[in-house]
Design a binder for this molecule. Sequence first.
Ligand SMILES: [Zn+2]
Length: 46
Amino acid sequence: MVEYRCGNCKKKVDLNVESIGLQCPYCGSKIFYKERPPIAKRVKAR
Ligand SMILES: [Zn+2]
């Protein structure tokens, strides 16, 4: 699952790129940043 943050209103939006394309439902902006979920990557240390 990929979340985006609107580059204009800074709201987090769920975008279905395949159906509606990239457009903010709140302000209509088409500038988005890909929001990475805060997953702590495990680093193999040994
Ligand atoms: Zn927006």
